[in-house]
Write a protein that binds this ligand. Structure first.
Ligand code: ADP
Ligand code: MG
Length: 637
């Protein structure tokens, strides 16, 4: 044998080492999950082999029945989990068990707090995987031989779960992977038949291939080991879970299956399991996770469903079956119409996939609508985790705009908190007589929105306004356009027109006041010059002297900031300066004969209006100087 035969010691990748350490120290309260993770990997390996064997049947050798075996030895304190799946060669074993390939691992590790309780929850988002073996073992040996390679190409991996691991070439006659756990002293009770069976049934019943264990006859324990070969039996149901009828499945089984396919540690919020018959035949099982994965915002993060064709696993992350704005959904789709040797490229062009995509989209939206109705708290959890992603929906999926709109939740002036918990239906039910628009304000933060001067008249008249402060909001509302026949109106945009909400009398009054203010408006425009596009009066203010507004078709401040942050050069923007003619400061301004003082006061009011908008001053130094001068004037010095 060549150089490869030699034993080499390699260090774990830094991230792998950190994760290992964390795992060992934070998952002690839920130790038995190691078996779930290892059986889950064995089942994945069987799936991969079955798929590879579609093109190369000889990979199955003379051993076509895929299965997993769990053995144990109480004397030696070992548990051995074996599979006859795809196996790994030397490079693969180093790559797969020595590093963590997941993108964003470094960020994930940075997000850890050092608080074990919190971190153990976080680690669930990450998916614990193979390293969970070290929760119960102080030494792990992995023997593997890749399908299709000769017995001499086996490889042994061994580690005590500290800084490094050894790899050496070995002979392995049977294909697949065998993992030997040398249990820690305190964990030796795991090497016991009854206990192991219980864990397998609890966590791996849904695995579609048999998990075999030695048959235990009553009284076996007392017998001296007899010579005949032990008899094995399947401990699990060994049937693809999604094929079984809904009525037969318990919630617990659905939950465990979710953990297997999602690599999530926690329970899902909800799921939808459906069998479709007719022109297209497929089964889908879609899960709504309770928490966003750590790499949700990572563009190349895995998304999509697990695709099976007639029970045969075809691929992970088949993203063609759901739109991007539902990328948080996990699940399985098993089709009878797609060809077994399908590729991602073919999927993209297959019209059957398109119709499945629209049907599955509808399923998800229906599942969300149902959850919203039946369990407010659960829905709120969903919204807090994934609401921002769902907001991409109206832009991406015009046809389902109305359905998506019904799922949205907002913070509004109706409540006192920043929690987004009011639906558009709630809003519409509270609309005033004569109100025909849904009013909103979009700002950098909840507090900026909530305290904006633009809301003053709405508050006075008791009209509710949606308070939008997510980055995507301005863009998203522009795609939403209307709800229940009512259009959305940005309260900072254009001239305030409350339509029927203003009485004739009020309108007349306003006209008169506006007329009187004309000379002041001219003086202000001359004073502020190019900083503003227009100066006009407004009746949207009650407490504030002035505010800024934008023209009907100008881009809003939030959008502009996003574009600028993305490096886009934006045309120079000039706001409209609106003054409240009823405000004493404005009256004072009007009465100010000293031109210099008039200019100072005008500049201060303008800068303040900009600050209230969450804007940044062009020249904060001058603002402060002017303001201080004014304060000194006031105190009579
Ligand atoms: P994950 O299952 O999320 O990919 P794991 O840490 O559980 O992460 O496993 C890491 C990788 O090691 C797997 O993706 C797989 O490539 C490989 N692996 C683990 N167990 C086996 C096995 N029994 N047979 C073949 N490959 C395996
Ligand atoms: Mg795994």
């Amino acid at each position: 044998m060549g150089v490869e035969a030699k034993k080499e010691t390699l260090g774990f990748q830094t991230e792998a080492r950190q994760l290992l350490h964390l795992m060992i120290h934070s998952l002690y309260s839920n130790k038995e999950i190691f078996l779930r993770e290892l059986i889950s990997n064995a089942s994945d390996a069987a799936d991969k082999l079955r798929f590879a064997a579609l093109a190369k049947p000889e990979l199955l050798e003379d051993d076509p029945e895929l299965k997993i075996t769990v053995d144990f030895d109480p004397k030696k304190k070992t548990i051995t989990i074996s599979d006859n799946g795809i196996g790994m060669n030397r490079e693969e074993i180093i790559e797969n068990l020595g590093t963590i390939a997941k993108s964003g691992t470094a960020q994930f590790l940075e997000s850890l707090t050092g608080d074990e309780k919190k971190d153990s929850r976080l680690i669930g988002q990450f998916g614990v995987g193979f390293y969970s073996a070290f929760i119960v073992a102080d030494k792990v040996e992995v023997y593997s031989r890749k399908a299709g390679e000769p017995a001499g190409q086996g490889v042994k991996w061994e580690s005590a779960g500290e800084a490094d691991f050894n790899v050496e070439s070995v002979d392995k006659s049977d294909r697949g992977t065998s993992i030997v756990l040398h249990l820690k002293k305190d964990e030796k009770e795991f090497a016991e038949g009854y206990r192991l069976r219980g864990i397998v049934r609890k966590y791996a019943d849904h695995i579609s291939i048999p998990v075999m264990m030695v048959k235990e006859e009553p009284g076996d324990k007392d017998k001296k080991a007899d010579k005949k070969a032990p008899e094995y039996e399947a401990v699990n149901t060994a049937q693809a879970l999604w094929i079984r009828p809904r009525t037969e499945l318990k919630d617990e089984e659905y939950k465990e299956f979710y953990k297997h396919i999602s690599h999530d540690f926690g329970d899902p919020l909800d799921w939808s399991h459906n069998k479709v018959e007719g022109k297209l035949e497929y089964t889908s099982l879609l899960y709504l996770p309770a928490r966003a994965p750590f790499d949700m915002w990572n563009r190349d993060a895995a998304r999509g469903l697990k695709l099976y064709v007639q029970r045969v696993f075809i691929m992970d992350d088949a993203e063609q079956f759901l739109p991007l704005y539902l990328r948080f959904i996990k699940g399985v789709v098993d089709s009878n119409d797609i060809s077994l040797n399908v590729s991602r490229e073919i999927l993209q062009k297959d019209p059957a996939v398109d119709s499945m995509k629209s049907a599955l989209t509808k399923r998800v939206l229906d599942m969300l609508a149902k959850l919203k109705k039946k369990d407010k708290d659960a829905y709120q959890k969903f919204w807090n985790e994934f609401g921002q992603i769902l907001k991409e929906g109206p832009a991406e999926d015009y046809a389902n705009r109305e359905k998506i709109a019904k799922l949205l939740l907002f913070a509004t002036t109706h409540t006192e908190t920043s929690l987004q918990d009011q639906s558009l239906e709630d809003y519409v039910s509270r609309m005033k007589d004569g109100q025909d628009k849904i009013y909103y304000i979009a700002a950098e933060s909840y507090n900026t929105a909530r305290n904006s001067p633009h809301l003053e008249v709405f508050r006075k008249k008791g009209i509710e306004v949606l308070l939008l402060s997510d980055r995507v909001d301005e863009w998203f509302v522009s795609h939403l356009m209307e709800f229940d026949g009512k259009s959305f109106q940005d309260v900072t945009r254009g001239e305030l027109d409350l339509g029927k909400l203003d009485s004739e009398e009020e309108k007349k009054q306003h006209e008169e006041i506006d007329k009187q203010a004309e000379p002041l408006l001219k003086r202000l425009k001359d004073s502020l010059g190019d900083a503003v596009s227009e100066v006009r009066t407004t009746h949207r203010l009650t407490d504030s002297p002035a505010c800024l507004s934008i023209a009907e078709h100008d881009m809003g401040a939030q959008m502009r900031k996003i574009m600028e942050a993305a490096g886009q050069k934006m045309p120079e923007f000039k706001p409209i300066f609106e003054i409240n003619p009823a405000h004493p400061l404005v009256a004072k301004l009007d009465a100010e004969a000293n031109e210099a003082r008039f200019n100072d006061l005008a500049a201060i009011l303008f800068d303040q209006a900009s600050l209230a908008e969450g804007g940044q001053l062009d020249d904060p130094g001058s603002y402060i100087r002017r303001l201080n001068k004014l304060l000194l004037d006031l105190s009579g010095q």
